[in-house]
Write a protein that binds this ligand. Structure first.
Ligand code: TXA
Ligand code: MG
Length: 343
């Protein structure tokens, strides 16, 4: 038998093999344009339970079901609002997940027992090829241990999950680099549960109104009694997530050099991700250059966090990214990485 956890180039033979493994109830590492997914047959409750075991993920965190095309939507969701359909037509295949009322056939294991299901059609050619061969829904969370940094290469998946996956299809480094935008249409007005490469402006351009961002809603709710605050339904919405083991802090650009010098002065080894080197002459600082453009920054973000973590420094300092809609998803991930770091 072939070894488990092996990385395979995405030949047609390997893609058919991956589909056969999914049909046999196995887990497969699947490239998507956002991050790599830990894939299982979405209609096989047993296989889906294996996803939770492999990740160490609590069972009440629902999974996204990946579809071969928008034409599969009616098999998984009911009462689909016109605005949701318009977004699917505009952005699929692509990094957008729609939360819709689920069809009764969707297993409870996928939805965490909720009456909604998360659906998306990924644009990565290898994911699309696998979905077309498989011809059904593939449940896939990001292929990392729960709370840890999402994988953007096949090797990251192998490092995270080893032989818990039967194989990993190697689709190269992910183009987008951060997880899909999640829009919840089970409520009105729709709400962005997780920001991503598709911004609220992009969505407003299609449906003519701007969905609320989950954090913004929370600020308004803060005036209401605390008991009304909803339980987290999105693991990506937990304060601590995407987290390196090294303590990580976000520091404003103008304070970065001072803070780095202070920590280094106390004898700490400090890794820095910033647009410019805080002090090129200080050998106690390890500097990694951050792209000035949000698209490139997102693409490299998780690989950079992994690389910085692997340095075994005492601290990681990251320059606070600029404000503005294109940086929103990046700032969201960095805030959670900082909150969960050091554990
Ligand atoms: O880009 C992505 O979305 C990647 C790739 C692999 O497609 N997947 C991904 O999956 O990020 P995961 O499981 O790491 O994050 C999916 C998020 C979770 O935070 C989950 O709670 C939320 O989607 N989610 C899924 N179904 C939901 C539902 N019915 N209601 C609310 N949130 C849901
Ligand atoms: Mg995840």
């Amino acid at each position: 038998a072939k070894p488990r956890g092996r990385i395979e180039p995405p030949t047609l033979v390997a893609i058919h093999e991956a589909a056969d493994l999914l049909r046999a109830g196995e887990l497969v590492g699947m490239p998507t344009e956002t991050v790599y997914g830990l894939a299982a047959d979405a209609l096989d409750a047993e296989a889906v339970r294996r996803i939770f075991a492999a990740k160490g993920r609590p069972a009440d965190h629902p999974l996204i079901v990946h579809l071969p095309g928008v034409q599969h939507l009616p098999r998984w969701a009911t009462d689909i609002p016109g605005e949701a359909l318009a977004l699917a037509r505009a952005f699929w295949p692509g990094p957008l997940t729609l939360i819709l009322k689920r069809d009764p056939a969707v297993p409870d294991e996928v939805t965490g027992g909720q009456d909604t299901v998360g659906l998306r059609v990924p644009s990565h050619p290898v994911a699309l090829a696998l979905l077309q061969v498989f011809d059904s829904g593939i449940a896939a969370p990001s292929a990392n241990r729960f709370g840890r940094i999402s994988p953007t290469t096949a090797l990251h998946v192998k490092d995270e999950l080893g032989d818990k996956v039967a194989m990993v299809l190697d689709g190269g480094p992910c183009e987008v680099g951060i997880e899909s935008t999640i829009v919840d249409f089970s409520r009105d007005p729709p709400e962005i549960l997780r920001p991503g490469a598709i911004t609220s402006d992009d969505i407003a351009r299609i449906i003519g109104r701007r969905p609320r961002l989950r954090g913004e809603a929370a600020i308004e709710l803060a005036a209401a009694p605390a008991a009304e605050a909803p339980a987290p339904r999105v693991s990506g919405a937990l304060a601590a997530h995407y987290a390196p083991r090294t303590p990580l802090r976000l520091v404003a650009g103008e304070r970065l050099a001072g803070e780095a010098a202070l920590l280094a002065g106390e004898g700490s080894r400090v890794a820095v991700l910033a647009h410019r080197a805080p002090d090129p002459h200080d050998s106690r600082l390890i500097w990694q250059s951050a792209p000035a453009d949000a698209t490139a920054y997102a693409r490299e973000l998780y690989a950079s966090l992994r690389a910085l973590d692997a340095l075994d420094a005492d601290f990681i300092l990251i320059e606070t990214p600029p404000a503005g809609p294109h940086w929103r998803a990046i700032t969201d991930r960095l805030d959670r990485a900082a909150a969960g770091s050091g554990g």
